[in-house]
Design a protein around this ligand. Structure first.
Ligand code: PGA
Length: 253
């Protein structure tokens, strides 16, 4: 199981360091079998790296540019994220797709560039409510997956994470039901297996979209949910730790 916090454009310098330290303290015991990661804003990555050094909390970035370097004002290259100690980088988050107009091909470039730098991309996919209501949810997710993974070779199952985040569940307090999440996760796993074989089948699949301490256990109990990508609830260390504990329960024999 893996639980990753996406802090989005929240926290200040002190708040970011404090939050990271609290997450370490609250997840130190009882949750060893769960991977834990936090994705602060770019500008706090270094401070959070210091705070998380010698802990098992892994560092991730929320975005990265596919080019190695160049005239891309305001962007941050994957190699720079690697140099800062990031293990993960979120790519294709629906806010990037919707607010910043990123398409599947660009997201795919990011996946390849991240892997090229030894980072693990957390590839986000998910349909809007209109698309779900129109019966298009699987088709949309399939297009996003296939588009982003078209020119990707998977070295191992550990080199990719996929997060299913239905857009209508992000930041809305309205989560997908465990059955809805499971159905889409099974679909994604089958696609990855068809594309990459056994490694694809073993890729960690996160669910994201209004995961809270009170719904995490039911979601994580589903067979194809391997953890969560947590937005709002990751800004509160107690809530985030409670979600990590819910994941830990699934790892107990
Ligand atoms: P949320 O965000 O948990 O606040 O819904 C999830 C995400 O956007 O990754």
């Amino acid at each position: 199981m893996l639980v990753v916090g996406n802090w989005k454009m929240h926290t200040d310098f002190r708040g970011a360091v404090r939050l990271a330290s609290e997450v370490i303290r609250l997840t130190e015991t009882d949750t060893r079998a769960v991977g834990v990661g936090v994705c602060p804003p770019f500008v706090w990555l270094e401070a959070v790296r210091e705070a998380t050094r010698s802990s098992r909390v892994a560092l991730g970035a929320q975005n990265g540019h596919p080019a190695e370097n160049g005239a891309f004002t305001g962007e941050v290259a994957m190699s720079m994220l690697g140099a800062l100690g990031c293990r993960f980088v979120i790519v294709g988050h629906s806010e990037r797709r919707q607010v910043f107009g990123e398409d599947d091909a660009f997201v795919g470039e990011k996946v390849g560039a991240a892997m090229g730098q030894g980072l693990v991309p957390i590839l986000c996919v998910g349909e809007t409510l209109d698309e779900r209501d129109a019966g298009q949810a699987e088709a949309v997710v399939q297009r996003q997956l296939d588009g982003a993974l078209e020119s990707v070779t998977l070295d191992s199952a550990e080199s990719l994470v996929v997060a299913y985040e239905p857009v209508w569940a992000i930041g809305t307090g309205r989560t997908a039901s465990p059955e809805q999440a499971q159905a889409m996760h099974a679909f994604i796993r089958a696609r990855l297996a068809a594309r990459f074989g056994d490694d694809g089948r073993a890729v960690v699949l996160l669910y994201g979209g209004s995961v809270k301490p009170n719904n995490a256990a039911d979601l994580f109990a589903q067979p194809d949910l391997d953890g969560g990508l947590i937005g709002g609830a990751s800004l509160d260390a107690e809530s985030f730790a409670a979600i990590v504990r819910a994941a830990a329960q699934q790892t107990e024999p």
